[in-house]
Design a protein around this ligand. Structure first.
Ligand code: FE2
Length: 366
């Protein structure tokens, strides 16, 4: 048997960049509420004229918040059309030129031709391709760079610091795409990036009386990158994916799942700091152990914090979802702790959908 060589080896998620209305305040929110640490800054003081970026880090997770300093720029237009949202899902590679060549030759549309950026800390090679909506992937080759983030950024050392919340790495990032577009984007990841499909859910798996969605999970060769892709499915009322598409105005990133080694600690900390989570009915905990069997955690503690449990053939997982973190009902976060399980919590979808519908009902968007 011959194994095909991975034409797009990826070491992991390099960073996620959000285009926002006010990067300074967004950075403060992620420091204060999620426990991110200040890493780097670029703006007027570093010679930029049109934008400001704050870079935050928590273990392996790097978030960049960028806002426009001028009225008519790509960043300003993005924020106006979509609200605060993810523009860049950057992937850490060993060869950004090859990554660009392999993907564009297979049909990906170029966003940025390979270019070298340098400063006194060395050089990086960057390149990029378009994916769904206005979202892009940037390939980052940083083996010859020693600076805090990327050339052009300076270390950001504010006096204000918060304690981290135990968030460790990006587990997966979910894209919501338009009606009947799921397979288009599944094929895009398969053909241009060599990803494979992990699991599939059809609308019978994920539906309530009113709403439905369909989802397929795409993963790269070493499994470090996992991109579930959702599309809305026909139901009696407006589904959460449809609501997202209406408010985001396009396909885009729906949620970023961040992993922790101690979800009880992380979620207690996040709740204390004001993060709001979806809550399932208390009755969920009456029957959950029948479904998942024995677990290490105290069920009462999980119930107090609203943490959900699911099991697959390889183990179990604990997870919880925040409410949207901006005014529009668009981007939210998942906090996940894996104890062997490699799946995504399918057993919780029913309870979650009902919880989301309760929120939609309050917003008048169901
Ligand atoms: Fe998820």
């Amino acid at each position: 048997m011959t194994t095909q060589e991975d034409f797009l080896p990826i070491n992991g998620t390099d960073y996620v960049e959000f285009y926002v209305g006010n990067a300074k305040q967004a950075a403060f929110y992620y420091q204060t509420a999620f426990g991110f640490q200040p890493l780097a800054y670029a703006g007027l003081e570093t010679g930029l004229k049109d934008r400001t970026s704050y870079v935050l880090v928590q273990d392996k997770i790097r978030f960049v918040f960028t806002s426009s300093l001028i009225p008519e720029s790509e960043i300003a237009m993005h924020a106006m059309k979509h609200g605060d949202g993810v523009k860049v899902v950057a992937l850490w590679v060993d060869d950004a030129r090859k990554s660009w060549k392999e993907t564009t030759e297979r049909g990906a549309v170029s966003y940025m031709e390979p270019k070298i950026e340098q400063d006194s800390n060395g050089e990086v090679v960057l390149s990029g391709i378009h994916t769904y909506g206005e979202t892009v992937h940037i390939f980052v080759e940083r083996k010859n760079y020693k600076g805090p983030f990327l050339p052009g950024y300076v270390a950001w050392n504010p006096e204000y610091r918060t304690k981290d919340a135990g968030l460790r790495y990006v587990d997966h990032m979910v894209g919501n795409v338009g009606w009947n577009e799921m397979n288009t984007w599944v094929n895009f990841y398969a053909e241009t990036m060599g990803f494979k499909q992990l699991v599939s859910f059809d609308d019978k798996d994920i539906s309530t009386e009113y709403t439905a969605l369909m989802s397929k999970v795409m993963s790269n060769g070493n499994g470090r990158i996992k991109f579930p892709i959702n599309e809305p499915a026909e139901g009696k009322k407006r589904s959460q994916v449809e609501e997202y598409l209406d408010f985001y105005g396009n396909s885009g990133v729906q949620h970023v799942a961040m992993a922790t080694d101690n979800i009880l600690h992380t979620v207690s900390e996040l709740r204390r700091r004001g993060i709001e989570f979806l809550t399932v009915p208390g009755s969920y905990y009456d029957t959950v152990l029948n479904r998942v069997g024995s677990i290490d955690e105290e069920i009462l503690q999980l119930r107090d914090l609203g943490i959900l449990v699911d099991r697959d053939d390889e183990g179990y997982l604990l997870q919880i979802f925040t409410k949207p973190v901006e005014d529009r009902p668009t981007v939210f976060y998942e906090i996940i702790q894996r104890k062997g399980a490699k799946s995504f919590g399918k057993g919780n979808f029913q309870a979650l959908f009902e919880a989301i519908e309760l929120e939609q009902e309050k917003r008048g968007t169901l």
